[in-house]
Unconditional design. Structure first.
Length: 612
C-alpha cells in the first residue's frame, strides 16, 4: 500500500494551490478590467458612421480562411502580433459585400487585393460576390502597385483595373515542386520506412526519392492543367482577352517587354490586363472625383474601410427565430486526434460540433464545410461515424468542399447526401500511407548504443533499432485493409462500381471539375449553393442558417470584441520573401509531420494538396 504524504507537505500543497488559484484570479480580473475599460471608453466616443455615397474600401491583406483562429492575448502581447497571422474569414467578407450591394450609403467598391493570400476556389467565390455587387449598378475599381497571380484573379472581376506606373502584373502559371531529402537523410543515417497503397500517393516521396516519380508528375500535371485552364477561363472572361495571352513563353514576354521599352506597367496595359496606368496621386484624385471627399475632412476621399463597415453592419448575435435551421460546421486544416483549435480538425472537437447539431431538434440539415488535406485515419473515421449518426437521426448532411478536400477530407465527406465542390477544388487522393523513420545508423555514427530487455518482440521496437521485417509486413497488411475500406466506402456511398473506384483511386488527386465527371462529387458550387441544396434535400422552404463552432473562451471573446471596436488589424509578418519560401518549402512538410499523431501511424493525407 503506498504511503501517504506527510501532513505538513499536504498542508503546504493545499496552501500553494490556494495562493496560485488566487494569483490567476487576480491576473484575469486585471486583464479583463483593462480590456473592458478600453472597450467602454471607445464606445463612449462616437462610432465611425458610414458616409453617404461612400466607397467601401477592400484593402485586403492576409490569408483568406473559412474560419478564423482563436486569438491568444498573451501571444499577441508577447510577439506584438507577429505570431498571429492576419486572417480574413471568407463567408463574412462575402456577406458584407452582398450587404453593401443593397446599402444606399455605399456607391462603389475600391478593391486593393495585392496583399491577399488565397487559392482559386476561394477567390472565385469572392469574385461571385463582387459580380452580385456590380449587378446592383455600382462600380468596382481595383487599384494596385503590384498584382500577383492570385490577387490579379480577384482584380479581374473589377469594372476597371488601375496599375501604378512603377507596378506590374505577374502571372507565372501554376506548378507543383517540392524538396527531396533522401540524400541528406542517407548521409546522416536516417532510414525512412514507407508503407502505402495507391501508385499516385506521393506524400512521402520527398523522404524516399531524389526526384518526383513519373506517376506523381502525370497526376500533378493533369491536375495543374485543369485548374490553370479554369483560371485562364475566369480571367479571360472577366477581362475579355485571349486566354492564350496567359500562356506566353519567355520569348514572347521578352519581345513584348522590349516593345514597351522595358516598362512592365505599359506591357500589362498593352496586353489588356489593366485599364489604366496611373501614379498613386492620380489614383487618389480619381477616387475623389468619383466619390467626393469626407464631409468633415476634404483632404480624404469619401470612403470607409471594410473592417469599420463590417463592425457597423454585422449583427452581434443571431436573432431568435422559430424557423428550422441548416447548420454549417467548418472542418479546416489537418485532421488529427483529440480537441484542436480552429486551424486543425480535431477528431474529438469536430465530433462534438456534429453531435451538437444532431442533438439540436431545430437543426434539420447540416453542411460540413471542408478545407482539409486530410490526416489521421482514426480521427477521420471518428468524424465519419458522427456523420453517419446525423443521418441515422434523420438529418440531411451535405459536404461543401472549399479549396482542398482530399484524402481524409474526402473520407469525412463520402457519406454526405450530396457533395459540392468548386471547379478548382483539389479533392480525391483516395489512398493511404504510413511512414516510420528510424535512426539506428545515425546513433552508431555519433557513438550512441541502444540495448535492453522486453517481454515481447513488439516491446523492443523503437526509433533507434531496425524495423523487423514482420513488423513491416504487419504495417502493410494494416494499410491494405485501410485502403480496401476506403474504396469500399467510396463505392457504397457514391453508388460506383468497386472496379471503377479502384481505377480512379490509387491516391490520385483530382480537380473539382474532374471529380464531378468521375462521380466523386455531385455538384459544382460554393457554400451558398450547398446550403440551398441541403435545405432542398431536407424539404425546407423557410429556414435560417446556424453556424456551429468551437466556443471561444471569455478572454478570446473580449479580445475579439476589443479588436473589432478598435478596428485593429494584426501586423503583417516582417519575414523576407526568401525566408517565407524556406518556411513554405522546407519547414512546412516537417511541421505537418510533427502535427500528425495517428496511433497506427496510418494517414489519409495529401501533403501536396496546397491551394492553387
Amino acid at each position: 500500500m503506498p504511503s501517504k504524504k506527510p501532513f505538513i507537505i499536504r498542508v503546504f500543497s493545499l496552501l500553494w494551490k490556494t495562493i496560485n488559484g488566487f494569483r490567476k484570479l487576480v491576473l484575469n480580473l486585471i486583464f479583463f478590467g483593462i480590456l473592458a475599460a478600453i472597450v467602454v471608453a471607445m464606445n463612449q466616443e462616437s462610432a465611425p458612421q458610414v458616409p453617404q455615397d461612400a466607397a467601401l474600401v477592400l484593402n485586403l491583406t492576409g490569408t483568406l480562411v473559412e474560419q478564423e483562429q482563436e486569438l491568444d492575448p498573451f501571444t499577441l502581447l508577447a510577439s506584438g502580433g507577429e505570431e498571429q497571422e492576419q486572417e480574413i474569414e471568407l463567408q463574412a467578407l462575402i456577406e458584407m459585400i452582398e450587404h453593401a450591394a443593397g446599402d444606399e450609403r455605399i456607391s462603389g467598391i475600391v478593391l486593393r487585393p495585392a496583399g491577399l493570400r488565397a487559392g482559386t476556389a476561394k477567390l472565385q467565390q469572392l469574385g461571385d460576390a463582387l459580380q452580385t455587387f456590380k449587378a446592383s449598378g455600382k462600380p468596382v475599381i481595383a487599384q494596385g502597385g503590384w498584382f500577383g497571380q492570385n490577387p490579379y484573379l480577384l482584380a479581374s472581376y473589377a469594372d476597371e483595373v488601375q496599375l501604378d506606373t512603377s507596378g506590374m502584373v505577374s502571372i507565372d502559371g501554376m506548378g507543383m515542386y517540392r524538396l527531396f531529402y533522401k540524400e541528406v537523410l542517407d548521409k546522416i543515417g536516417v532510414k525512412t520506412h514507407l508503407f502505402r497503397v495507391g501508385k499516385y500517393k506521393s506524400f512521402a516521396e520527398g523522404y524516399t526519392r531524389t526526384d518526383m516519380s513519373a506517376e506523381a508528375k502525370e497526376a500533378n500535371m493533369a491536375l495543374l492543367g485543369d485548374i490553370w485552364g479554369h483560371y485562364k477561363t475566369l480571367v479571360s472572361a472577366n477581362r475579355d482577352i485571349d486566354p492564350a495571352l496567359l500562356d506566353a513563353s519567355l520569348e514572347e514576354v521578352e519581345a513584348g517587354l522590349r516593345a514597351a521599352d522595358g516598362d512592365f506597367a505599359q506591357f500589362a496595359l498593352q496586353l489588356g490586363l489593366v485599364d489604366k496606368v496611373m501614379t498613386s496621386v492620380a489614383m487618389r484624385d480619381d477616387l475623389i472625383e468619383r466619390f467626393g471627399t469626407l464631409a468633415d475632412d476634404d483632404s480624404k476621399f469619401n470612403g470607409i474601410g471594410w473592417r469599420a463597415y463590417q463592425a457597423q453592419t454585422q449583427m452581434p448575435f443571431d436573432l431568435p427565430s422559430a424557423n428550422p435551421k441548416v447548420a454549417v460546421i467548418v472542418a479546416q486544416g489537418a485532421i488529427v486526434p483529440g480537441d484542436q483549435p480552429n486551424n486543425l480538425v480535431g477528431g474529438r472537437s469536430m465530433s462534438k460540433l456534429l453531435r451538437e447539431a444532431r442533438e439540436d431538434d431545430d437543426v434539420k440539415a447540416v453542411v460540413i464545410r471542408v478545407d482539409s488535406p486530410g490526416g489521421s485515419v482514426s480521427a477521420s473515421e471518428q468524424i465519419r461515424q458522427e456523420v453517419l449518426a446525423l443521418k441515422a437521426a434523420g438529418k440531411t448532411v451535405v459536404s461543401s468542399m472549399s479549396s482542398v478536400a482530399a484524402s481524409g477530407g474526402y473520407w469525412i465527406s463520402a457519406n454526405a447526401d450530396r457533395i459540392y465542390a468548386m471547379p478548382s477544388t483539389i479533392t480525391g487522393s483516395i489512398g493511404i500511407i504510413g511512414m516510420i523513420q528510424t535512426f539506428e545508423d545515425t546513433a552508431k555514427t555519433i557513438g550512441v548504443n541502444f540495448d535492453g530487455v522486453g517481454t515481447t518482440e513488439l516491446a523492443g521496437i523503437n526509433a533507434l533499432s531496425p524495423l523487423p521485417d514482420r513488423f513491416k509486413a504487419i504495417m502493410q497488411l494494416s494499410l491494405d485493409k485501410g485502403y480496401k475500406d476506403f474504396i469500399t466506402l467510396v463505392s457504397t456511398s457514391r453508388g460506383l462500381e468497386l472496379d471503377k473506384v479502384e481505377e480512379l483511386a490509387q491516391g490520385r488527386v483530382w480537380s473539382g471539375i474532374q471529380a464531378k465527371e468521375l462521380g466523386l462529387v455531385d455538384e459544382l458550387g460554393g457554400l451558398e449553393d450547398a446550403i440551398k441544396g441541403a435545405a432542398e434535400l431536407a424539404g425546407l422552404e423557410q429556414y435560417d442558417v446556424k453556424n456551429i463552432k468551437r466556443p471561444l473562451s471569455p478572454e478570446q471573446e473580449l479580445l475579439r470584441e476589443f479588436m473589432k471596436e478598435a478596428n485593429i488589424e494584426l501586423p503583417q509578418s516582417s519575414t523576407s520573401p526568401l525566408m517565407q519560401m524556406v518556411k513554405r518549402e522546407l519547414l512546412a512538410p516537417i511541421e505537418q509531420q510533427l502535427i500528425l499523431n495517428d496511433p497506427k501511424n496510418a494517414f489519409l493525407l495529401c501533403l501536396e494538396c496546397s491551394e492553387l
